[in-house]
Ligand binder design. Structure first.
Ligand code: TXA
Ligand code: MG
Length: 315
């Protein structure tokens, strides 16, 4: 991890208190943050990202007890999750307090809260002295920013303060779990696999379906994570790649070489490198949808136009 000096972090915290936006590292992806209580700064996040106003933001805290600043009626399941998995890549949807502005939660009566583990994120939030509302630091619809240059690329002409701590460890976003209903529901598969949440809670947890109509989590209905060139998910990427190459296309490949965790961590950054290199297509290797593989497949499917190519191997 690249070192970020205390002086720089202190400066970033002062900017937050003045209503400015700061791009900061977390262990999942980079966030673009504002003070939760600064409505105008929060609205600026939506504007800069081109984010639909019905898609709420995650509130980041530095201490577990600060959850009470933004949420109330905290159920037992939430307490268990916070105790076992915070700080870390888990976001919990709770009933909001009156103090949280509508701009943050997009008018919902719930708020998504997360306590990141990244030391720079924690020091930054602590010094800011307020919870930080932050979505991923990418323009809406683009792959999430897992390195500082991704955010710089997306927000080119905006003067933004960036805390650069090097590549994010997980490279995929936090898992979002809603505990406001009768049973906990995963609204977004993420860096913590569903199986881990189930083990911690001692029960099965449903995964919310992506519907085009009324989504339980507004973020689910939008196209996401897409590079500027078409992306094809394939079980046997080299076969598709060869076919496209024979037709004269330049093809970039993303293939799994190491563990699922390593694969997840390079996914978005590889997409961004390849689109920059001027390829016509990106072909990315599918994985089996178990554990972190489910998260990886979710991101790939939504970054592509859908469908996994399997049959090509027979040709
Ligand atoms: O890892 C992460 O979670 C990163 C880092 C920066 O913390 N943040 C992130 O934020 O991925 P964003 O805005 O890109 O994704 C937030 C997701 C969206 O799908 C949004 O709809 C959902 O969380 N969400 C936020 N508040 C919600 C709420 N009150 N109810 C249901 N879903 C909510
Ligand atoms: Mg995002």
């Amino acid at each position: 991890m690249k070192n970020v000096s205390r002086t720089i972090i202190a400066r970033a915290s002062r900017m937050i208190r003045k209503g400015k936006l700061v791009i900061f590292p977390t262990e999942t992806v980079y966030g673009i943050g504002a003070s939760v209580f600064h409505t105008r700064a929060v609205q600026k996040i939506f504007r800069f990202k081109g984010r639909p106003s019905d898609n709420p933001l995650i509130v980041h805290i530095a201490h577990a007890k600060d959850v009470h600043l933004v949420a109330r009626n905290i159920p037992h399941d939430a307490e268990v999750l916070m105790k076992k998995l915070w700080p870390g890549p888990l976001t919990i949807v709770l009933k909001k307090t009156a103090r949280v502005p509508r701009a943050v939660t997009a008018g919902l009566d719930t708020v998504a809260v997360r306590m990141p583990a990244h030391p720079v994120a924690r020091m930054f939030i602590k010094k800011a002295g307020v919870p930080i509302a932050a979505p991923s630091a990418n323009v809406s619809g683009r792959p999430s920013a897992t390195e500082a240059w991704h955010a710089k690329d997306d927000f080119k002409n905006r003067a933004l303060f960036i805390l650069d701590a090097g590549p994010a460890r997980y490279g995929v976003e936090s898992t979002v779990v809603d505990v406001t209903g009768r049973r906990p529901v995963l609204l977004r598969q993420g860096a913590i696999p569903r199986e881990v949440i189930e083990r911690v809670l001692g029960k099965k947890v449903a995964v919310a379906r992506y519907t085009s109509g009324k989504a339980r989590s507004p973020g689910m209905k939008y196209r996401h994570y897409a590079p500027r060139v078409p992306l094809i998910v394939a079980a046997y990427p080299h076969k598709i790649g060869e076919r496209l190459a024979r037709r004269g296309f330049r093809v970039g490949m993303i293939r799994r070489t190491g563990s699922l965790a390593e694969y997840a961590s390079i996914l978005f950054s590889s997409m961004r490198h390849l689109e920059k290199s001027g390829v016509d297509y990106i072909v990315v290797q599918s994985v089996s949808a178990k554990g972190l593989g489910a998260t990886i497949m979710d991101r790939m499917m939504r970054a592509s136009s859908g469908g996994v190519f399997r049959d090509i191997i027979k040709k």
